[in-house]
Design a binder for this molecule. Sequence first.
Ligand code: ADP
Ligand code: MG
Length: 221
Amino acid sequence: MTRPALETRDLSMVYGTGDTAVRALDAVDFQASAGEILALMGPSGSGKTTLLMLLGCLLHPTAGAVWVEGQPLAGLSNHALAQLRLRRMGFIFQSYNLFPALTAAENIQVALELKGRDLGEATELLDRVGLAGRLRNYPRQLSGGEKQRVAIARALAGDPPILLADEPTAALDSVTGRTVVKLLADLAHAQGRAVVVVTHDPRVGELADRVVRIEDGRLRP
Ligand code: ADP
Ligand code: MG
């Protein structure tokens, strides 16, 4: 049996210590598979970003275990975690995080360079998100939805099998948000990627293959 792309067992995260300690995640068992888009939904402060950061090897858990494509993260050095992140994962954020002084193509080339890829691939990546004509545009010349699509193209640099998106539609109107989620769904279905979308937008849930709900750091059965 093939292992899920992402898996956690008894995963807990506590920020801080003593009186100020915050239990952000409590014994979370989570799985996401290649080829599916999963929506992780819950109210503000429920632990969504924390879980995404643990899946993305951006945080060390307080307790419990994470596997990425069957590989346990426990015991990996920070360097090995960074390599895993770089080669196997793409990240998408609510606020796009594009460099304002760089064009759409150059924003993607930054990621291509980090991943040791041909900078010419930026053209094809922008084409894949429907922005072939926007190569030389700066972020300020793009709409919110276009900026998010550039960010998705950037996340696709190096062809990672796992995409992690934190509230990617929160800054977009509903029609644009839908387009962005449909694009993410297509990246899961047509290309076999595992796509995890954190959201509290019910419309994202409608377009996902599966919805996982979280409340107060616990997954709801
Ligand atoms: P969500 O993304 O669902 O809004 P988060 O994962 O950001 O939730 O936060 C979960 C809980 O952990 C919240 O109570 C939040 O205040 C707390 N938290 C998140 N990050 C930190 C941090 N770096 N230090 C202390 N508490 C944090
Ligand atoms: Mg969050």
